[in-house]
Design a protein around this ligand. Structure first.
Ligand code: PRP
Ligand code: URA
Length: 208
């Protein structure tokens, strides 16, 4: 599917299998989600720009590199919080922002309740993280909010995507690449991704 990268790696597939399993407790779910997030972001940031640099080893001067652009990770609450720890292990210097959105259970429309976007350069690399891309409403709302601030350098990283959500995001933001571990079959009548992994926020935080 154009514009969507399904990260194809045995370790990603194994982590995802454990995350899908209803028997996986929240403590394991959180750790696995953090680990798979590192792998997904590793792939999503493969084309980051770098700048050459010089550094001193204990023995001599040598060439090194530094990241050319500031990196901002925006987590869609709540479930995106489960991906920020992995993102920060991968990119310790990243700034982290939060967008609080929940899906209304009846309409499935996103409702905003919190926003904290760090100040950042107009050409920063902005990575939106949320494990689930279902109807696409939450991701669309986040991208609509962020687009005016960001010079087109947005990416969306999720764990499981539904074809319906991908279509919604791509229709409005065809320039935003999407990275995920799997594209699932479809949404059910309650807007859940099938086969999916259930409610990601509930599984991370042990709520229900
Ligand atoms: C989940 C998930 C996404 C959203 C995806 O959040 O984390 O943000 O649903 O669904 P959509 O593509 O149809 O918008 P939820 O609204 O359940 O809130 P939570 O993370 O606080 O549990
Ligand atoms: N949000 C979730 O957490 N899971 C789904 O399957 C759909 C939306």
């Amino acid at each position: 599917m154009s514009g969507v990268t399904v990260v194809d790696h045995p370790l990603v597939a194994r982590h995802l299998s454990v995350l899908r399993d209803r028997a996986t407790p929240s403590s394991d779910f959180r750790r696995r989600l953090s680990d798979i997030s590192m792998l997904l972001l590793f792939e999503a940031l493969r084309d980051l720009r770098v700048r050459e640099d010089q550094l001193e080893t204990p023995l001599e001067t040598t060439g090194g590199m530094r990241l050319a652009d500031e990196i901002v990770v925006i987590a869609i609450l709540r479930a995106g919080l489960g991906m920020t720890d992995g993102a920060l292990r991968l990119i310790p210097e990243a700034r982290v922002g939060h967008l609080g959105l929940y899906r209304d259970e009846e309409s499935l429309q996103p409702v905003g309740y919190y926003e904290s976007i760090p100040r950042h350069a107009a050409d920063a690399e902005v990575v939106v993280v949320d494990p689930m891309l279902a109807t696409g409403g939450s991701a669309l709302s986040a991208l609509d909010r962020l687009k005016p601030d960001v010079g087109g350098r947005l990416r969306l990283v999720c764990l499981v995507a539904a074809p319906e959500g991908i279509a919604v995001v791509q229709d409005a933001h065809p320039d935003v690449p999407i990275f995920c571990a799997a594209i699932d079959r479809r949404l059910d009548e309650r807007g859940y991704i099938r086969p999916g992994l259930g409610d990601a926020g509930d599984r991370i935080f042990g709520t229900e």
